[in-house]
Design a protein around this ligand. Structure first.
Ligand SMILES: [Zn+2]
Length: 289
């Protein structure tokens, strides 16, 4: 072999999606809201991930108070204010493929994947790590006008139950995609990506490459039911795991995603895999129609 075979890059995990970010928000929110940022540092090797001048980041974050931690689609949004409640600005992070958060108390070694660190009162450090350098970080006064793609996002995927079936079905029928692409389309619903679309379609017993227009009314309803079930269950599974590490993103609770070749937990058939190892599409031919 000339020069040796190219090593296959290891699978490094999927993008955090709505359940991971929602669980993170629920965990971090109470520990950060109301807290003063005392310092901000940027790793010079990763500064290109910040979508605004780096100097501003390190200069403008300190002395601000974190007023809220919210989520929109696959973005985590830190609301901040200057003392006295003025000049609100938002730190918006879309972690993409390799972005993870770490909240550490006191002294702890800084990983090489660190992009930035916010020191908050109480000797806490919020670190944003990125091992793929694909994350998008914005520091803005107006999310709508300054974060690309913000306004095109559809309703939150975890609002489907409140939306009700009739509204959901109307929305669904505006799209023509295959079901897998439809669920990942942020204009349809915000927050679902490659992993949870597999899980939702498994729950709804629908094959991922079916076209939306082929769905019978009962199947539309199955999809409507499956979305909140899968998302809620995932948030609960993450929050129930006392050893869950944000930076490792354990998804062992999933039924089919990343389980290609294993046995279907519902029907015992072998789970199929299409797509690449980096972005697998998993489903069961035995019980998904
Ligand atoms: Zn099955």
């Amino acid at each position: 072999m000339r020069g040796g075979a190219k090593p296959v890059p290891p699978y490094l995990g999927d993008m955090p999606e709505l359940p991971e970010l929602e669980a993170l928000r629920l965990r971090l929110g109470p520990r950060l809201e109301g807290k003063l940022i005392t310092a901000a540092t940027v790793n010079p090797k990763k500064a290109h991930l910040l979508r605004y001048p780096v100097d501003n980041f390190a200069l403008e974050l300190p002395a601000r108070r974190i007023t809220s931690l919210t989520r929109r689609g696959k973005h985590l949004v830190f609301g901040t204010e200057l003392g006295g409640g003025g000049s609100p600005r938002w730190l918006v992070i879309n972690p993409m493929l390799g972005g993870r958060f770490q909240l550490v108390e006191g002294e702890a070694a800084v990983p090489a994947t660190e992009v930035f660190t916010l020191r908050v009162e109480g000797k806490r450090e919020l670190r944003y790590l990125d091992f793929r350098d694909m994350g998008r970080i914005y520091w803005v006064g107006d999310c709508q006008g300054e974060v690309p793609g913000w306004t095109g996002q559809g309703p939150e995927a975890d609002s489907v139950a409140e939306m009700g079936f009739e509204v959901f079905r109307k929305r669904l029928r505006r799209f023509r995609d295959e079901l897998k692409d439809l669920l990942r389309n942020q204009e349809f619903l915000a927050g679902i990506g490659n992993a949870y679309s597999d899980e939702i379609l498994f729950e709804a017993r629908l094959l991922p490459l079916r076209r939306r227009a082929s769905l019978k009314p009962a199947e539309e309803e199955a999809l409507f039911q499956a979305i909140p079930v899968v998302l809620t269950r995932a948030v609960e599974a993450i929050l129930a795991n006392p050893n869950y590490e944000e930076s490792k993103q354990d998804r062992s609770f999933m039924a089919v995603h990343m389980k290609g070749g294993k046995t279907c937990p519902r029907c015992g058939h072998r789970i199929s895999q299409l797509g690449t190892n980096r972005e697998p599409l998993n489903f069961c031919r035995g019980c998904q129609l």
